[in-house]
Design a protein around this ligand. Structure first.
Ligand SMILES: Nc1ncnc2c1ncn2[C@@H]1O[C@H](COP(=O)(O)OP(=O)(O)O)[C@@H](O)[C@H]1O
Ligand SMILES: [Mg+2]
Length: 272
């Protein structure tokens, strides 16, 4: 039997199993297909060498779905900021190295982020700020971009990066893993490091501190990532519409207007 959960995520609980592994057990209403998709993503990520966290099997408990994996030692990059404040100066570089590792891999089996966001345009009610014509133009433009197999994590912030006592870094949480051009993920990181919601429940003072910290981490992140894997800013511009639509589906209150405006502008500028 599993022990009490030791971490609570957005969609489920993380528990230790008796044999020293970890069970990520989703909440009852979480769909089986999504649990299975994350299981498969995490398996590909392990097999490709994106992370050393091995994935074992799907589990069903009283109608809830989940899967088992290796225990990942250490604490998240966010917690490191409190445990060892000097780490703040190193975090951006570590995060960049993990992005470069993930982006060096190819996998055709992951979902294509282009077709995924076209589906969002078709079915997600949060996209109704766009006219039908704008949606059609956006889809035509997005599908005119080449199909690619580069692995994208798409939620690779410091909270999903675990740092152990030796300073070794491992990536977790492959919920959103996809394939596509890495410029999509760079555009998303640019948004994370400037405009994204920090912590919905934090006080204004806490958020002010987090906002300063994010700049301190963001600068070395981009510097190091560019050194490891050079890219052009034009490419990031070209692909940013995909990142904005992907993120807009999350419908976070403090991001709504910003993302809707970005999407409108991209369609105006690029989708003829
Ligand atoms: N394999 C693991 N080993 C140790 N801790 C884990 C593992 N997977 C998740 N966790 C812990 O649980 C938290 C939530 O898990 P995560 O997969 O990131 O879910 P969410 O999608 O909710 O962010 C993580 O921040 C981490 O503290
Ligand atoms: Mg997470």
């Amino acid at each position: 039997m599993e022990q009490e959960y030791f971490a609570r995520g957005r969609f489920g609980e993380i528990m230790r199993t008796e044999d020293g592994k970890v069970l990520k057990l989703f909440f009852p209403e979480y769909p089986r297909e999504k649990a299975e998709a994350e299981f498969r993503n995490a398996k590909y990520a392990y097999e490709l060498g994106c992370t050393p966290i091995k994935v074992y099997e799907m589990v069903e408990r009283d109608g809830r779905y989940g899967f088992t994996m290796d225990y990942c030692p250490g604490v998240s990059g966010n917690d490191m900021a409190f445990k060892k404040p000097a780490y703040i100066l190193r975090g951006g570089k570590d995060l960049a190295a993990q992005h470069a590792l993930v982006h060096s891999k190819k996998c055709h089996e992951l979902r294509d982020i282009r077709t995924y966001v076209c589906g969002v345009l078709d079915t997600c009610p949060h996209m109704d700020f766009l006219t039908e014509d704008e949606k059609e133009r956006a889809k035509r433009y997005i599908m005119s971009l080449p199909e690619e197999d580069t692995v994208l994590h798409l939620d690779l912030h410091t909270g999903n990066m675990m740092v152990d006592a030796d300073g070794t870094v491992r990536i977790i949480d492959w919920t959103e893993a996809s394939r596509g051009n890495r410029a999509v993920e760079i555009a998303l990181m640019r948004f994370f490091f400037t405009e994204a919601e920090l912590f919905a429940e934090a006080t204004p003072l806490q958020n002010w501190i987090y906002a300063r910290l994010r700049t301190v981490v963001g600068k070395p992140f981009f510097k190091e990532y560019r050194r490891l894997m050079p890219y052009s800013d034009e490419d990031v511009e070209k692909y940013s519409i995909i990142a904005y639509i992907y993120r807009r589906e999350w419908d976070l209150v403090t991001e709504r207007t910003k993302l809707s405006n970005h999407i409108k502008r991209c369609i105006e500028e690029r989708c003829r």
